[in-house]
Ligand binder design. Structure first.
Ligand code: EPU
Length: 422
């Protein structure tokens, strides 16, 4: 199994090009199921989660052609004829975002059988809201043998659905389903994450009639059919935030090409409070570490535009070297502190109290062998390794490959001493 070895200490300096967003690409790929025409996606990141989604779409009868070029990967997806409406356990358990095929399949084929995703490392992750929303649109849902069986033989009907709590993929599933429903659908308390907006824009490019994009109320006027289109996937704000924190931690200076502060408003504000300099130009953000020590800044994760939970572990690595202390509160996932014991093994001083963690800044982290437990936890260990004295060896890096494209290459180009070992 691959490992990553990092020798810390070098301040990062140079340019990093931000890839297309994983969490935008996955629903966009699933949207190909809504039409028999080709969907062209530009700026698709080359990640194992993208490969898993492509495998699932192929299983359903779609054709996926992924052309990887140095700067901009292009993917053409075409689900001319659906050969199956079943998303099997073996594929869904590998990647929970597989549940994103549920809405499009019911809308286009009138039925879907999708394995229940089950729990995962960061929380129980129920999908009850996806199912309640589809029921509101007229689907009949039954759970049997570990599968969701959804049926709408006469097609879906527009309705108003209010999310009791904000769900990103729940909003995306219902948004896709509603595009082909009869009449108007209103999704209230919808997720406002930029990836939801990106999906809505692509669907409109395919002929859907969605308004309210970027707000918490999405209004969808159903249409009879959707066409193909070409769509550019937005930049990965989580990748941008991660490398911004890497630059800050190592007291470096890194230009993030393709990054936009509007996609990480709260993260940007908190980085500045911690003493990090951010300078936005046309299509890049220059991040510079503080002239003095980083300051401790409290943080709470929240749905967009709040601080993204997918940057919580990285913020914790950053806060572990500050002057003073920081309270970090996780409000989205109930089990997303698995990086804490690993960071502590590297010398961080962190105590967890329920859903909050108190991080007391230390002068120095020390390299150690550590274990990656999920995607974002893994990258927080990479950040810690970049600034620690000596060698850090990160085990189980397959988690990283799910969401970070060419991570060693990008960091090495900025002077990091990092390599993959087998
Ligand atoms: N929830 C329910 N019922 C539902 C759906 C969600 O109770 O039917 C709860 C969840 O248990 C959680 C909260 O609502 O406590 C938010 O979950 P959400 O549905 O928004 O999460 P998701 O859509 O499954 C996406 C991202 C995650 C990211 C979360 C929160 C994708 C493919 N995944 O997950 O990304 O953490 O939104 O922003 O978009 C990652 O990339 O590392 C990652 C985990």
């Amino acid at each position: 199994m691959d490992k990553i070895r990092i020798r810390g200490g070098a301040p990062l300096s140079g340019n990093i090009t931000i890839s297309g967003a994983k969490n935008a690409a996955l629903p966009l790929m699933a949207a190909c199921l809504l039409t028999d025409k080709p969907l062209h996606l530009v700026n698709v990141p080359d990640l194992s989660d993208v490969t898993s989604m492509a495998e699932l779409l192929t299983q359903l009868g779609g054709e996926v052609d992924f052309k990887k070029a140095a700067e901009s990967h292009r993917m053409t997806l075409c689900a001319k004829d659906l050969s199956s409406t079943t998303a099997p356990y073996d594929l869904v358990r590998k990647m929970r975002a597989s549940v994103l095929v549920l809405g499009p399949l019911v809308a286009r084929a009138g039925e879907a059988n999708v394995s229940l995703p089950g729990g995962c490392a960061i929380g129980t992750r129920p999908i009850d809201l996806h199912l309640k929303g589809l029921e509101a649109l007229g689907a009949e849902i039954a759970l049997d043998g570990g599968y969701i069986h959804a049926k709408a033989p006469q097609g879906l009907k527009g309705a108003t659905f209010t999310f009791p709590i904000i769900s990103v993929t729940g909003t995306e599933n219902l948004l896709m389903a509603a595009t082909l429903a009869k009449g108007e659908t209103r999704l209230i308390n919808a997720a406002r994450e930029p990836e939801v907006g990106d999906l809505a824009h692509c669907l409109n490019g395919m002929g859907a009639k969605i308004s309210g994009i970027g707000t918490d109320t999405l209004i969808i006027e159903g249409v009879n059919r959707l066409e193909g289109t070409t769509h550019h996937v937005i930049a990965d704000r989580i990748e941008a935030g991660t490398y911004a924190m890497a630059a800050a931690l190592t007291n470096g200076s890194v230009r993030l090409k393709g990054a936009h502060l509007a996609l990480i408003p709260t993260v940007a504000a908190l980085l500045q409070q911690a003493g990090v300099e951010l300078e936005e130009n046309d299509d890049s953000v220059l991040v510079k570490g503080p002239s003095d020590r980083l300051q401790g800044v409290d943080m709470m994760t929240e749905p967009f535009p709040g601080f993204a939970t997918d940057l919580q572990a990285q913020w914790m690595a950053l806060m572990s070297l500050t002057e003073g202390a920081a309270m970090i509160t996780e409000t989205i996932w109930e089990n997303r502190f698995m990086h804490v014991p690993e960071l502590c093994r590297m010398g961080a001083n962190i105590t967890v109290h329920g859903s909050s963690a108190l991080v007391r800044g230390v002068q120095q982290l020390k390299g150690a062998p550590v274990m990656a437990t999920d995607l974002r936890a893994s990258v927080s260990l990479v950040l810690a390794g970049l600034v620690a004295t000596g060698d850090t060896l990160i085990n189980r890096v397959y988690h990283l490959d799910r969401g970070y494209e060419r991570v060693e290459e990008k960091l090495r180009a900025c002077g990091a001493d990092i390599e993959r070992v087998r």
